[in-house]
Ligand binder design. Structure first.
Ligand code: GRF
Length: 189
């Protein structure tokens, strides 16, 4: 099973997925990293792990369909059969959704359906939530609205600073994403 991981930033989830494939926790190969920020740290991580990268700047293209067509070409070239979004900050359009129906998943830093969209953790903290969490879900045409695969919550202490909370969230995400991928890849095979 060939996976592509799409990311826009640091890429800690990307790295966790690649490591899980290397230690056989996940029976798949990450064959492509797609990134919409040519300066992002995830690209350095991909290079260090020898994973091919397709990077682009959306502003260089007239519309989503035109850059998604190039992403699709790269996915087809690398025989990608499943896509994991890991901090990819763009909405997936019909070009990719139609080619990968029920084969694109995302990790979102909230207990969906709470706090869809951007800055989910900040939204939860602003609401005063003490129970936080992450969700892995299928991607469809509704933002953060596809079928939920797995969720995990944790309690924060009222004294925790943002950095501590983000650290806990990331640790949870890295394990949750692998579990969720194990589950959905079984369904694909
Ligand atoms: C994660 O918190 C994920 O839930 C969100 O974006 C963040 C990406 O972090 N969608 P990283 O780049 O994997 O470190």
């Amino acid at each position: 099973m060939n996976l592509a991981v799409f990311a826009s930033g640091t890429g800690t989830n990307f790295e966790a997925i690649v490591k899980a494939t290397q230690n056989q926790q996940l029976k798949a190969n990450v064959v492509l990293c797609v990134c919409d920020h040519p300066e992002a740290l995830v690209i350095e991580k991909a290079n260090a792990l020898k994973i091919p990268v397709f990077s682009f700047k959306a502003s260089d293209y007239p519309n989503k369909a035109s850059y998604e067509q190039l992403i699709l070409n790269a996915c087809q070239l690398h025989q990608v059969s499943f896509i994991a979004l890991a901090g990819y900050m763009r909405i997936i359009g019909p070009t990719l959704l139609q080619q990968y129906p029920h084969r694109i998943v995302n990790i979102h830093p909230s207990l969906l359906p709470k706090y869809k969209g951007k800055d989910a953790l900040k939204q939860a903290l602003a609401a005063g939530d003490l129970t936080l969490g992450a969700t892995v879900h299928y991607v469809n045409d509704e933002l953060d609205g596809g079928k939920i695969i797995l969720q995990q919550s944790f309690r924060r202490s009222p004294n925790d600073c943002l950095e501590t909370i983000e650290h806990k969230l990331h640790q949870i995400e890295h394990q949750l994403y692998i579990k969720a991928l194990q589950q959905c890849l079984k369904e694909v095979i």
